[in-house]
Ligand binder design. Sequence first.
Ligand code: GLN
Length: 286
Amino acid sequence: MNRSTLLADAARLLAEAGVASPRVDAELLLAHVTGRTRSGLLTLDAVDEPAARRFAVLVDQRVDRVPLQHLTGRAAFRHLELAVGPGVFVPRPETEQLVEWALARLAGVPEPVVVDLGTGSGAIALSLAHEHPGARVTAVERDPDAIEWTRVNAAARAAAGDRPVEVVAGDMTDPRLLRSLDGGVDLVVSNPPYVPDGARLPREVADHDPPLALWGGPDGLDVVRGLLGTAARLLRTGGALGIEHADQQGTALPALVRAHGGWDDVADHPDLAGRPRFTTARRAAA
Ligand code: GLN
């Protein structure tokens, strides 16, 4: 089968189904079935029959709005490729900026103690361990299905030579969580569930990301309220907090942190698209 025709037909089907980036998705799926990189497709003229059949099956699933990352089994996040699939939240590019901020806060601290609350695939925790080789990172996840993916990714990164991330099953709102770290943590970071109940989400998200990773109650901030207590208990004075939030929460979340008390330097930051995306604060002296 001719590569250009296959791609053009697939991209048309995907566009008709309302997929946001039909051409890119078609190329990534064809690259996946042929074992090539996306740019490697340029030197591929003919696609053999079995590969073309596998491609057609994946395109059909993508037309049904199965996330691209579930079809390839991989999600790119900063410098890492993480294993993902049903049961775990697919990491998003928006969150990469939160990692950038965290790395800047940890610069010059040789062995910072870091906690990622609600780690999912491990994207934030494993990126910090990879990009700050001295960091001692603990990754917390309460969803028993998601934590299987955390463990797979943590094991893969440790095998690749990164300092191992400790994976802990637990709820970020539990007052007994990580008691042994109380007052000794340099950075708490989280991409918690923050979608307000009733919000409309793309089918890829609503049907395939775990509900526990998304929904945050009437204003989306229920889990964040519990997280603030945990972060305040874990952080040392001067320690840093970074929490991702929805576009519309750029005022509400900083206000919540100020009202909670015990925090200085409360600030909000945009993502690469310029949308309000995460709130940061510094643990004040008790
Ligand atoms: N940004 C995600 C989405 O829009 C939501 C992530 C979250 O609740 N942490 O699908």
